[in-house]
Design a protein. Structure first.
Length: 171
């Protein structure tokens, strides 16, 4: 006899509410076939990335609004999907009408991770910065806000992304 599994939430320093559990389990809804794409970039590799826009971006009231672009960069050997709870929180709280802008989020797998090519050899932060710049060029993004996690992705952002204006950087 199968017993239905019930996830209980315990108040602790970590997950303390049903909403936090929901955010933790939200990754599959943001990384669907509709959102995840692949592109061959100028550095010669194929990168897997995810683009998502706020739910009301295509509504008549918001369609004309400019975009607030956010790039979430995960550390080396960590999957883009780890941003799922952050993306979920941002998309839930973003009010395009109030902000006067639509929110577009980009996150990607660095070289050697997930759906991005893994060429043989040593990887450097400058190579990863070139990959990121190439992906932004592919998307036509000339400026964005950047959020990086872990030391290696922070180093990558300290390497100038040629031709890309950093509207803001959170490390």
């Amino acid at each position: 006899m199968k017993v239905p599994m019930k996830i209980s939430v315990v108040t602790s320093p970590g997950l303390t509410s049903d909403r936090q559990m929901e955010a933790l389990l939200s990754t599959p809804k943001h990384f669907t076939e509709e959102h995840v794409r692949r592109a061959k970039v100028a550095t010669g590799i194929t990168m897997e990335y995810m683009l998502e826009t706020n739910a009301d971006a295509h509504s008549p009231a918001c369609r004309h609004l400019p975009e607030e672009r956010l790039v979430l960069i995960m550390g080396f050997l960590q999957l883009k999907e780890l941003w799922g709870p952050v993306i979920d929180m941002l998309m839930r709280k973003w009010d395009a009408k109030k902000q006067g802008r639509n929110l577009k989020i980009l996150t990607f797998d660095n070289r050697g991770v997930g759906g991005t090519d893994a060429p043989l050899g040593r990887y450097t932060t400058s190579q990863m910065a070139d990959d990121a710049t190439s992906l932004l060029d592919h998307l036509g993004w000339e400026s964005a806000n950047f959020v990086a996690i872990r030391y290696d992705s922070i180093l990558m952002l300290s390497t100038p992304l040629d031709g890309v204006k950093h509207d803001s950087v959170v490390l």
